[in-house]
Design a protein around this ligand. Structure first.
Ligand SMILES: [Fe+2]
Length: 418
């Protein structure tokens, strides 16, 4: 990759993280509302640590603060011990301002390194820099979903951003189904450009003919599920999901309350009434599966989703943009026949998160990035309104445990074609 383009990408991604954190006070940035969410300040520091650990330190660049490796290592066992994840919210030091200093110090070292390397060395380091940037983009989405969850715990209902910085606009196509003939398909990353290791190797798969719903499942569909006793109907649920819903007292998607036809939800721009035709979000896999069954359908497999997405523009749809005014979540022309194929809400697939045939994790500690999580999780596809535009691909695989609701997750229906 050309040096100037790499530096430009580095600066753009790094700046976006700081813009996303800018509306948050130092106190906001320390909040950790549950073990699986992290403080905004920790996201800012951990993404800087990633470049320090995997790009700078291997090339002999002195660390900014030798103690930060312990604080901001997330889960890489090969690089040493770490601060316990559930206690990230106890790290009042370094302060939010000191984390800003840390980020700037890492940026200075990265710029100096990238400027000093000859072309051969630059080509060697570029894949890890691109991995660090894709990693930081993942944390940008997490920063938003985590502060959303944290603010939802406050009786003051804090507002992260006023509309239209984070718009709730839905994307509708008019309903119906798109049929796919099935047959022999190829899925996985085809090479060329960045991809995570879990997207490879590209391989063949067989599909029976199937249909995907043009639209994501709507707020009105989930409201009907609630009104008609969906949360109390075991016949609609996987056993483990029904147990989970009962144990957790679920009566609606996370952040939402349903009263008749009206659905209100707490969002990043405060409490609001949801449009009945807007895509329903913040459902677990268990709920997505039950709602699909309630609607006489099923969830797509990840191969079905990818086969339908191939050839469509992954930068389309409702995703996160950086503009001159800051960061905003906005719409771009949609892809093909499926509304919200990319962006808006991640869709749960029926596929468990597993290695593709011939998968091999990357060498070294970064091999811990994806492969070691390939158990007891489900694959999600397509990105959300909080995914930075430019981050997605048809082969992109996200993954969460099936009880996860704090990510911006939704439902696309599938059916076997007759
Ligand atoms: Fe990370």
């Amino acid at each position: 990759m050309h040096r100037d383009r790499l530096l430009e990408a580095y600066r753009r991604v790094r700046e976006r993280t700081e813009r996303l954190a800018a509306p948050l006070s130092p106190e906001d940035q320390l909040l950790q509302s549950m073990p699986s969410a992290s403080p905004a300040k920790w996201h800012r520091a951990h993404t800087a640590w990633f470049f320090e650990e995997f790009v700078l330190a291997p090339r002999g660049v002195e660390r900014v603060d030798a103690r930060y490796g312990y604080l901001f290592n997330s889960y890489y066992d090969a690089v040493g011990p770490r601060h316990p994840r559930p206690s990230r919210g106890l790290l009042s030091r370094p302060t939010a301002a000191e984390v800003g200093d840390y980020r700037r110090a890492v940026d200075g070292r990265m710029e100096a390194l990238l400027a000093s390397l000859d072309d051969v060395a630059l080509a060697e380091v570029a894949p890890t820099v691109l991995l660090g940037l894709a990693h930081e983009e993942q944390h940008q989405e997490l920063l938003l979903t985590d502060i959303h969850h944290a603010f939802a715990q406050s009786p003051l209902r804090p507002v992260y951003a006023r509309e239209p910085a984070i718009t709730m606009a839905g994307v509708r196509s008019g309903g119906g189904w798109v049929e796919h003939p099935g047959g022999l398909v190829e899925v996985g990353h085809a090479g060329g450009g960045f991809a995570f290791d879990n997207e490879a190797p590209r391989h063949r798969a067989w599909l029976e003919p199937f249909c995907l719903s043009r639209d994501l499942v709507r707020v009105r569909d989930v409201a009907a599920f609630v009104r008609e006793g969906g949360y109390r109907s075991p016949s609609l649920w996987l056993s483990e999901g029904f147990e989970c819903a009962r144990a957790q007292g679920w009566e609606a998607p996370l952040y939402a309350t349903v009263e008749g036809d009206r659905v209100r939800a707490f969002t990043l721009h405060g409490e609001c009434e949801l449009e009945p035709d807007a895509p329903a979000t913040n459902l677990s896999y268990y709920e997505a599966d039950a709602v699909a069954r309630f609607l006489g359908s099923r969830l797509p497999t990840e191969v079905e989703w990818e086969a339908a997405a191939q050839g469509e523009n992954p930068d389309s749809g409702h995703q996160l943009d950086v503009t001159r005014d800051g960061v905003r979540s906005s719409l771009a022309p949609r892809a093909g026949g499926l509304a919200s194929l990319y962006g808006t809400a991640w869709v749960w697939t029926a596929s468990s998160y597993e290695a593709y045939p011939g998968f091999a994790p990357a060498a070294g500690a970064v091999g811990e990035y994806n492969g070691k999580f390939m158990v007891n999780q489900r694959v999600l596809r397509g990105g959300s309104m909080y995914t930075p535009r430019g981050h997605l691909r048809a082969s992109y695989r996200n993954f969460w445990h099936p009880d996860t609701r704090f990510q911006r997750t939704g439902v696309r229906l599938a059916r076997d074609a007759r």
